[in-house]
Design a protein around this ligand. Structure first.
Ligand code: NAP
Length: 252
């Protein structure tokens, strides 16, 4: 079997995995952060867990670019956009967390890292070998321009929302408070909303099936989690703002 056939099989399975993940997460929240619970085996420090989980997403694309040897303008631009997110997420974000030192079941970073290997391979093997070359004129294509705008908007929303959550805790604190201001006026999880907008932007700017897969998987993963967070806020705080939605302003 040649690589293209293997790749197509993996991509089709990945779309199937998205459906299974969405269904599973509607009933069982991934056991980390506020949804941590016993019974998931050995645990790991949460900072280390984030690095272990996200490092493959930051590093594998660089390996695949080197292996593909396609050092043209658009490949470089795709890598810069991707790494703007993942270098921060893998190697900066874990050290900024307030509430460091809590434990996460090893299962969470291991399954996250495996997903990131699959997603990195699907996305960057496509961009560096299997897809036809994107010409430099792709920079002015409306799909690229719209995708970059969405990605940048999502990136800013995600960073700002994560920063607002950090500001709720003093160093060493671990409890939960009601976040206020910005998009928190409308939704409980603007960080997840920003992440979703980012990867929708990536799907549009690459105009690719692996890009679409990642956007759908992000929705499958984060929408059920946002609904779980939203329920948790309402349970914890009797004065939680009634008009606030979970993850999509005015909608959900
Ligand atoms: N692409 C993807 O599919 C994907 C998947 C997962 C995460 N992410 C991204 O990774 C980042 C972190 O994800 P996450 O699931 O850990 O987000 P989260 O549940 O919103 O938590 C983010 C951080 O803020 C703390 N926190 C949350 N709510 C708080 C509150 N009300 N008061 C005080 N502190 C609060 C959390 O502490 P605790 O840990 O103690 O709860 C955690 O340190 C986000 O930007 C998210 O978009 C992306």
């Amino acid at each position: 079997m040649n690589e293209r056939a293997i790749y197509d099989g993996l991509l089709a399975s990945a779309f199937g995995l998205t459906l299974v993940t969405a269904l599973y997460l509607c009933f069982f929240a991934a056991p980390y952060g506020r949804h941590t619970r016993a019974g998931y085996g050995p645990t790991l420090d949460n900072t280390l867990s984030w690095v272990l989980m996200e490092a493959p997403a930051a590093l594998l694309p660089l390996v695949l670019v080197a292996m593909g040897g396609r050092y043209d303008l658009m490949t470089l631009v795709f890598v810069v956009i991707w790494e703007a997110h993942y270098l921060q997420r893998a190697f900066v974000y874990p050290w900024l967390i307030r509430g460091r030192g809590t434990r996460v079941p090893l299962l969470v970073p291991v399954s996250g890292a495996l997903f990131n290997v699959l997603n990195g391979y699907l996305g960057f093997r496509f961009l560096t070998v299997l897809a036809p070359r994107y010409p430099p004129a792709w920079l002015w294509d409306p799909r690229f321009v719209l995708g970059v705008l969405l990605f940048a908007l999502g990136y800013l929303i995600n960073r700002r929302a994560d920063r607002a959550l950090r500001a709720l805790r003093a160093p060493g604190e671990t409890g939960y408070k009601i976040p206020q201001g910005g998009l928190y006026r409308l939704i409980s999880c603007p960080n997840y909303f920003g992440e979703l907008v980012e990867w929708c932007g990536w799907a549009v700017l690459t105009w690719s099936l692996p890009g679409l897969f990642f956007a759908l998987f992000t929705a499958a993963n984060l929408i059920p989690r946002a609904l779980s967070h939203h329920r948790d806020y309402r349970r914890r705080f009797h004065d939680y703002p009634q008009e606030r939605r979970a993850v999509i302003p005015y909608v959900l």
